[in-house]
Design a protein around this ligand. Sequence first.
Ligand code: AMP
Ligand code: FE
Ligand code: FE
Ligand code: ZN
Length: 278
Amino acid sequence: MIDLHTHTDESDGTFSPKELIEEARRVGLQALAITDHDTFAGYDLAVPHAERCGVELICGIEVSTKYSGHSIHLLAYFLRRVPSHEFRKWITSLQTSRQRRNEALVQKLCSRGVPITLEDVKASGRKVIARPHFASVLVERGYAISREDAFERYLDEGASCFVAREEPTFDEAIGQIRTSDALAVLPHPGRLNVTQEQMETMVREMCDLGLVGIEAYHSDHSRAQMEYYSSMSRKCGIAITGGSDFHGATKPDIALGTGIGGNLNTPYALLDELRQLR
Ligand code: AMP
Ligand code: FE
Ligand code: FE
Ligand code: ZN
């Protein structure tokens, strides 16, 4: 069993890189990819722990992009070489746009009677501050009764304080990934609110731009969705991947490797296929 989609507390997960590696060993993962939002800090810190624990660790990252009006995430896997200096610089620029969004989000919350500061939010996270950190503070301060409530009332797209982030276009992001000789994979396609026909058109366009895999196995997907996205990958001639999208305590139903209710168990053979892509 492998898990190619996980987050540490360097982005919006709650496990430290060391704890995540130890959990990977505990559940018997053969390979683990750390795919934090907009940072390699979790991966970088995990490397010595993975060596010590004998866990095969893969360098990855998850970025948010804009694709014809949709917000689409992209995973990048550095299976062939480590991220270049240029790629790391590009990632730093994404962190800057996130910081600007976070500042605007604090202002909007304050203007709507929720007086929190950026320092309050930063205290609940590390390298990358994301909306789940805001949700934690809103719950702690009694402005929401749960994290879901915090998203519904303040943070979700369409909620009262939502602030859109400047995101790179899908084309720009996949270009950066390919230039760095990394592999671009579409995570959790089941979250996209489109028809099957639109989905197929989109995936074909993405393949033309350089997409090499679809995350058919994901905690959000039903068995039928896993089969649907697997056969779509096969039809398009691209790889099938799988990951739990483990975040630790903020998404407590999701277990590392096995997802929700033991449904995942991505086989190691899929990682071999990803490695053999040309
Ligand atoms: P950000 O990148 O700062 O916009 O935050 C996005 C992250 O927030 C996602 O990766 C999810 O982990 C989390 N998230 C987004 N929407 C929700 C929601 N409705 N409920 C809980 N978590 C969410
Ligand atoms: Fe997340
Ligand atoms: Fe995602
Ligand atoms: Zn993720």
